[in-house]
Design a protein around this ligand. Structure first.
Ligand SMILES: *Cc1c(COP(=O)(O)O)cnc(C)c1O
Length: 406
C-alpha cells in the first residue's frame, strides 16, 4: 500500500513537472505528442437542425447551437483530430476523474456580429492564455490557443444562423477541458477532452442598467494566497453558491468578497470589481481595482478597462490604480462624500453598476446619476467597450474576425 502510494505520487509529481515547467517557457511545446491542429478538423453535420429562438426569448446559457467542437487528448498520442459534431450528451466512464476530483477548467467569451456581417471575438488570445494556465494548474494538457481560436471560428461558421443580430446580442462560447481518465487514483490524468459549446445570448440588461445591492462577505472566502482563485477552475465556483443564497436571504444579489483581517475587497460574485473615489483635499479622482496577487481572476474585461481608462481619461484628473483597498476605506470615504461609483466587470455584463453595499448591519450607499441606474464613468466604459466589440471603433487587435457570414 505504502509503496504503491509513493509510486503514484512520484508519477504524479514527475508528470506534473514534465508538463508544468516547459509550459511556463512556451505554451505550445508544453505537451508531448501531437499538437492541436485545426487543419485536421472533421465535420459531422447535425441531421436534425433546430430553429434559433427569436431574440426576445433568449435566456443566458439555456439554449445551444446545433453543433459542438470536441478534441480528445491522450498522454500517449497528444491531441487527436478536432471534430465538429451534433450537439449532444457526452459519454464518459463513471470513474472519470472529472467527476471525482474536479479536473475541470473553463472559459467564457462572446462572438459578436459586426455591421458588415463579420463575426468577431473580443481579445480571444487572452482567454486562450488563461485557459492554458488554468489547465496546467490541474495537470491537464495545454494547447496552441491560436488553433483553438481557428476551430471556434469554424464552429461559429457552422452554426452562423444562431449568431443573433443587434446591440447587446452575441454568441457566448464556453470552452471546457476535463480529465477523462477512467480510474480513481488521484494523479495526473492521462486522458482529457477539450470541447466548446455555444449559446446565443441577449443583453445582460434588457431594459437598461439595473444597479445591484451587494453584501460585503467575510464569513466565507472565495480565494486565498497560494490557492487557485486566479484560475477558471470549476472547483472555485460551486462553493460560492451557498454564501450567495445566504446574502440573497438578506436582500442582496451578490457577495462582495473580502479577504483577510484587513477586509480587503477582492471581487464581486464572479466578476472583478472597481471603485471610483474623489480626494476632496486635492480634487483628484481615482479608479481602483485589486492587484493580481493570485487571489484575483485575471479578467479580460478588467484588463480592458484599465487600458481604456489609462488611455482615455485625463491623467491630471484621474489616477488609475491596482492596489489593495478595504471595505473600511470604502465606508469611511462614503461618509466623507468621496465615494463616486462602484461596478463589477466581466464578459457576461461587461459592467454591472453597484448601488448599495451591506456591511456590519448598515448599507453603504453608492451614488448613481440622477434618475439612472449607473454612474457616469460606468456608463462611459460600457459604451467604449461595446463600440469595440460591435466593430464601430477599432482598438489594436482587440476585435478579431473569426468568421465571415457573407
Ligand atoms: C470569469 C471571471 C471574471 C471575469 O473575467 P472576464 O475575462 O472579464 O470575463 C472575474 N472574476 C471571476 C471570479 C471570474 O470567474
Amino acid at each position: 500500500m505504502l509503496s504503491s502510494y509513493s509510486t503514484l505520487s512520484k508519477r504524479a509529481v514527475s508528470s506534473t513537472l514534465c508538463r508544468a515547467i516547459p509550459f511556463y517557457r512556451t505554451l505550445a511545446s508544453a505537451v508531448s505528442g501531437a499538437p492541436l491542429d485545426a487543419s485536421k478538423l472533421k465535420i459531422t453535420k447535425n441531421p436534425n437542425p433546430s430553429n434559433p429562438l427569436p431574440n426576445d426569448k433568449l435566456v443566458f446559457g439555456q439554449t445551444f447551437t446545433d453543433h459542438m467542437l470536441q478534441i480528445e487528448w491522450t498522454q500517449e498520442k497528444g491531441w487527436a483530430s478536432p471534430e465538429i459534431v451534433p450537439y449532444g450528451p457526452l459519454k464518459l466512464d463513471p470513474s472519470a476523474v472529472v467527476f471525482h476530483y474536479g479536473f475541470e477548467a473553463f472559459e467564457g467569451l462572446k462572438a459578436y456580429r459586426t455591421p458588415e456581417n463579420k463575426i468577431t471575438l473580443f481579445r480571444p488570445d487572452m482567454n486562450m492564455k488563461r485557459m492554458n494556465k488554468s489547465a496546467a494548474r490541474i495537470c491537464l494538457p495545454t494547447f496552441d490557443g491560436a488553433e483553438l481560436i481557428k476551430l471556434m471560428g469554424k464552429l461559429i461558421e457552422q452554426d452562423k444562423r444562431f449568431v443573433p443580430q443587434g446591440q447587446g446580442y452575441s454568441l457566448y462560447l464556453r470552452p471546457t477541458i476535463i480529465g477523462t481518465t477512467p480510474a480513481l487514483g488521484v494523479s495526473t490524468p492521462d486522458r482529457a477532452l477539450l470541447y466548446v459549446i455555444a449559446s446565443p445570448v441577449g443583453p445582460y440588461y434588457k431594459t437598461g442598467f439595473k444597479a445591484v445591492r451587494l453584501e460585503a462577505t467575510d464569513y466565507a472566502t472565495r480565494a486565498w494566497p497560494g490557492g487557485c482563485g486566479d484560475k477558471k477552475l470549476g472547483a472555485n465556483y460551486a462553493p460560492c453558491i451557498l454564501p450567495q443564497l445566504q446574502a440573497a436571504q438578506r436582500g442582496y444579489q451578490q457577495n462582495l468578497w473580502l479577504f483577510g483581517p484587513e477586509k480587503n475587497i477582492t471581487e464581486v460574485g464572479t466578476m472583478n470589481v472597481f471603485f471610483a473615489f474623489k480626494n476632496t483635499a486635492t480634487g483628484k479622482k481615482e479608479l481602483v481595482t485589486a492587484p493580481l496577487d493570485g487571489t484575483i481572476l485575471e479578467g479580460v474585461t478588467r484588463d480592458s478597462i484599465l487600458a481604456l481608462t489609462r488611455q482615455n481619461l485625463d491623467p491630471r484628473e484621474w489616477d488609475i490604480n491596482e492596489r489593495y483597498y478595504t471595505i473600511t476605506e470604502v465606508q469611511e470615504r462614503a461618509k466623507k462624500g468621496e465615494l463616486l461609483e462602484a461596478f463589477g466587470a466581466g464578459t457576461a455584463a461587461v459592467v454591472s453598476p453597484i448601488k448599495e453595499i451591506g456591511w456590519h448591519g448598515s448599507d453603504i450607499k453608492v451614488p448613481l446619476l440622477p434618475g439612472e441606474q449607473t454612474g457616469p464613468l460606468t456608463k462611459q466604459i460600457a459604451s467604449w467597450i461595446a463600440d469595440i466589440q460591435y466593430g464601430r471603433t477599432q482598438h489594436g487587435n482587440w476585435s478579431q474576425i473569426v468568421a465571415d457570414l457573407d
